[in-house]
Design a protein. Structure first.
Length: 73
């Protein structure tokens, strides 16, 4: 296998894992917020924590993409 192709496959798996990490972070944030809403009879935890999870996952995605692009240089 040529060296360039192996590097491309590695990038593919890294970006795929980033997508799963983003989905998992948002799912867990939503689940935690729903649990807090149910247990404490409030209506704002689910929205607040899910939004925080979205921002956190976007930060992680951007930082990992920057890291991958710096490795290419």
């Amino acid at each position: 296998m040529p060296k360039g192709n192996k590097k491309g496959v590695s990038k593919f798996f890294r970006f795929t894992s980033i997508a799963f990490q983003m989905g998992g972070t948002i799912f867990l944030g939503n689940y935690l917020g729903e649990w807090l809403d149910t247990n404490y009879n409030k209506d704002f935890w689910k929205k607040t924590i899910t939004l925080f999870a979205v921002f956190t996952s976007m930060y992680l995605v951007i930082s990992q993409v920057i890291k991958v692009s710096k490795e290419d240089d």
